[in-house]
Unconditional design. Structure first.
Ligand SMILES: Cc1ncc(C[n+]2csc(CCOP(=O)(O)OP(=O)(O)O)c2C)c(N)n1
Ligand SMILES: [Mg+2]
Length: 319
């Protein structure tokens, strides 16, 4: 890997972190409506995964989607504008936090209903298979989604039809306020995919390079007809499930324990101890990322709201 590539991964993780720290403040000021689920702590998963994709590979995820959008190449200012419900947002201010998408970047969203995007991933992959395109679909979802019917239908069909899908379970230990062991019959998520004959493995979701390497290997097998694969990324969200979560289900010590494995800190130490980049260079990347996000906030705040004339645009039914 070239030095610029190492630094770009760092840049993306820091941009996600700063973007969401700013979003949390804007939410508290009442400038963001609806729900806001932060990805803070999980940045290495999507950054590593998506850095391994080719442009023809599709990406689809759940509602914890701001970081995934950024990794897919959507500029921070369009993400921030979407959070503020502005016309300049990536979904024209209509989607908000949970529904960001840009199919021109092969990013298929942002889905609010737990597990509902898994059958869509099977459909995207079936389309590629049918048309003879060598592409993989990367479908990300939480541990909680593995308890829902969509998951089982989608994984089963993906194996029956040998679909090119990389199923990625982001096991952040909780589905809202429910710990995995309280809701899932098995705590090892891989067992569920194993039941459908799908090959599986697990990675440290706090280590961006480990995620990237695993994804690179798996995606090349999938693209060449290897069929579906299930990857479990062990991770943790440092913030509440969504804004306003009283977090009565976990102790501060548990959060502090995981914060010692902050994916950005781990990667920063790796880059400097391996002599890939100096602390000064990494500081510069952090400052530049902070500046990008500052400008994104200014852009979003200065942008207009969608007008009433747009109400009937992009809908299926004629008014
Ligand atoms: C079908 C459905 N049921 C319930 C909800 C409410 N809900 C939103 S998030 C969530 C927990 C999902 O947990 P997980 O899949 O682990 O994702 P995480 O939030 O941890 O990223 C629930 C139950 C929903 N959005 N959709
Ligand atoms: Mg979860």
């Amino acid at each position: 890997m070239k030095k610029e590539e190492y630094l770009e991964l760092f840049n993306q993780m820091v941009q996600i972190r700063r973007l969401e720290e700013n979003a949390a403040e804007l939410y508290q000021q009442g400038l963001i409506g609806g729900f806001l689920h932060l990805y803070i702590g999980q940045e290495a998963v999507s950054t590593g995964l998506i850095s391994a994709r080719l442009p023809e590979d599709r990406v689809i995820t759940a509602y914890r989607d701001h970081g995934v959008a950024l990794n897919c190449g959507i500029p921070a200012k369009q993400i921030m504008a979407e959070l503020l419900g502005k016309k300049t947002g990536i979904s024209h201010g209509r989607g908000g936090s949970m529904h960001m998408a840009d199919v021109t970047k092969n990013y298929w969203g942002g889905h609010a209903i737990v597990g509902a995007h898994l059958p869509l991933a099977s459909g995207l992959a079936l389309g590629d298979l049918y048309k003879g395109r060598k592409a993989a679909t990367i479908c990300m979802f939480g541990d909680g989604a593995t308890n829902i019917g969509f998951f089982h239908e989608a994984l089963n069909l993906s194996k029956v039809w040998n679909l090119p899908v990389l199923w990625v379970c982001e096991n952040n230990q909780y589905g809202m306020g429910t710990a995995v062991a309280r809701a899932s019959a098995v705590s090892d998520m891989r067992q569920k995919a194993g039941g459908y004959g799908i090959p599986t493995s697990r990675v440290d979701g706090m280590n961006v390079l480990e995620v990237r390497q695993a994804a690179q290997d798996i995606l090349s097998t999938i693209r060449s007809g290897g069929g579906p694969y299930f990857l479990e990324a062990e991770t943790y969200r440092f913030r509440g499930h969504s804004m306003g979560d009283p977090e009565r289900y976990r102790k501060p010590e548990e959060i502090h324990h995981w914060e010692e494995s902050d994916p950005i800190g781990i990667y920063h130490r790796y880059l400097s101890t391996q002599g890939i980049a100096s602390d000064e260079e990494l500081c510069q990347v952090e400052d530049a990322a902070g500046e990008v996000i500052k400008q994104a906030v200014e852009f979003a705040q200065a942008s207009p709201e969608p007008g009433p004339e747009e109400l009937f645009e992009n809908i299926y039914m004629e008014p």
